[in-house]
Design a protein around this ligand. Structure first.
Ligand code: URA
Length: 444
């Protein structure tokens, strides 16, 4: 099929045939479609959309563009986890060893920071020595032996997505529901998961700002997973406010260790327990929701999850002593303490602005290939609902390059709003979408 005919068909709003979608993905993978034709079709998809069947064919073709890891020789149901990305979202780093400590095997290939959102790989690399670039053989062996492994997408996993993603990033074609859903699901299906728990972030600091859009993305991913024979469910969770207190790579690893020690911020613990319980249930390691939540909480309080994390760090070449002594993580030379300009209560803390401020301090990338400062970031000492006195510290900004502070200060100043009345409380979990129905706790 000629590329130009496929582009024209989508431009005119037609649904693409399976043959057309296969030709497109094959052309992207082999490089036989030039970038201008790939970009033209991507833009046509952004503008005209794709129906559920087209989206599932696109996902399937992207999975088939590379290897699909087979983990069937490992006993039990392998349960993957993915977040669509947020600020302070370090949940995967806690959940992989935690679920493994509950008897679940957790295949997990992760990504780097994207825009104002952090990435699991950058965070892990703040652990001295930690290797994320394992071979597929090392990945499979480690999963069989300790039940968890956090690595980067290998070259042979969904290579079509890799090529498409790089083009989408620079052609204004990231924001498309079928493209996001197929991009995420192609990697999840290829990494060897037999069931999936997805965290669809919703709010100011997420790609999806409105619950209705987050629900549509969740529905699409559940339908793709179900069509591929992988039981998939999504929690839709709030991302108006950063998760936990730490934003920035090494700072977030220290917070992960706190939670794995049975301590840490309440919102982060709540989300870890909610997602972890679903993973345990999908792996059929507990018969009821209460039983699975109890298993997860016990793995945290008993030290079993922390022990599995230490093992994973050591297996991937990292310094396991950081687990007992997080001061071994890289720390910034300079710290600016921001104080409250008035007495009152924190009414808002904008995740997008906090994320951008962390990037301004060096914790993320301005452009592809930029070096990340692993020790830079922000510690949120106060969050919505907290009372503050005038002059009380509310945030710490950690950085090494003095020229970076000026870029971050206006962002954090604008991010935190202090008022007189506490804000209405917002649930952390806004909805739950799965293969036999959905519940939305917040709709708009
Ligand atoms: N994450 C992905 O992997 N792909 C997208 O398209 C967006 C977020």
């Amino acid at each position: 099929m000629r590329a130009v005919d496929i582009i024209r068909a989508k431009r005119d709003g037609d649904a693409l045939s399976r043959e057309a979608i296969d030709a497109f993905v094959a052309g992207v993978t082999s490089g036989s479609w030039p970038d201008y034709q790939v970009s033209a079709l991507l833009m046509a998809i952004v503008l005209k959309g794709m129906n559920a069947v087209e989206t599932s064919w696109l996902t399937d073709a992207m999975v088939r563009s590379g290897d699909r890891v087979n983990l069937r020789h490992i006993p039990g149901i392998k349960v993957g986890k993915h977040s669509t990305g947020g600020v302070g979202d370090k949940v995967s780093i806690i959940l992989a060893p935690l679920a493994a400590a509950c008897g679940v095997t957790v295949p997990k290939m992760s990504g780097r920071g994207l825009g104002h959102t952090g990435g699991t790989l950058d965070k892990l690399e703040s652990i001295p020595g930690f290797r994320v670039a394992l071979s597929l053989d090392e990945y499979i062996t480690q999963l069989a032996e300790i039940g968890c492994c956090l690595i980067s997408q290998t070259a042979t996993i969904a290579p079509a997505d890799k090529a498409l993603y790089a083009l989408r990033d620079v052609t204004g074609t990231i924001e498309s529901l079928p493209l996001i859903a197929s991009s995420i699901m192609s990697k999840k299906l290829a990494e060897g998961s037999e069931a999936l728990v997805l965290d669809v972030k919703c709010g100011r600091g997420a790609f999806m700002h409105r619950p209705a859009d987050a629900r549509a993305l969740a529905r699409s991913m559940v339908s793709i997973g179900t069509a591929a024979g992988v039981r998939t469910e999504c929690l839709i969770t709030q991302m108006d406010v950063p998760l936990g207190h730490a934003v920035g790579n090494a700072l977030e690893i220290a917070e992960c260790i706190e939670v794995l020690r049975g301590q840490g911020p309440a919102d982060l613990i709540e989300l870890v327990v909610r997602l972890g319980s679903r993973m345990v249930r999908l792996a059929k390691k507990a018969a009821t929701d209460e039983e699975s939540a109890a298993l997860v909480r016990h793995a945290l309080s008993s030290g079993a999850a922390l022990a599995r994390f230490r093992l994973m760090v050591a297996r991937q070449g990292g310094d396991p002593a950081v687990v007992d002594d997080p001061s071994r993580l890289p720390s910034a030379r300079l710290k600016h303490v921001m104080t409250a300009p008035r007495r009152g209560v924190v009414t808002a803390l904008d995740a997008l602005l906090v994320g951008r401020a962390a990037v301004a301090l060096g914790a993320g990338r301005d452009k592809k290939g930029d070096e990340v400062d692993l020790s830079a970031g922000i510690v949120l000492l106060k969050k919505p609902q907290d009372e503050v006195a005038a002059g009380e510290p509310v945030m710490e900004l950690h950085y090494n390059d003095p020229s970076r502070l000026a870029g971050a200060l206006p962002l954090v100043t604008q991010a935190m709003v202090i008022g007189d009345q506490p804000p209405a409380t917002q649930p952390l979990v806004l909805g739950w979408v799965h293969d036999s129905g959905e519940t939305m706790f917040v709709v708009s």
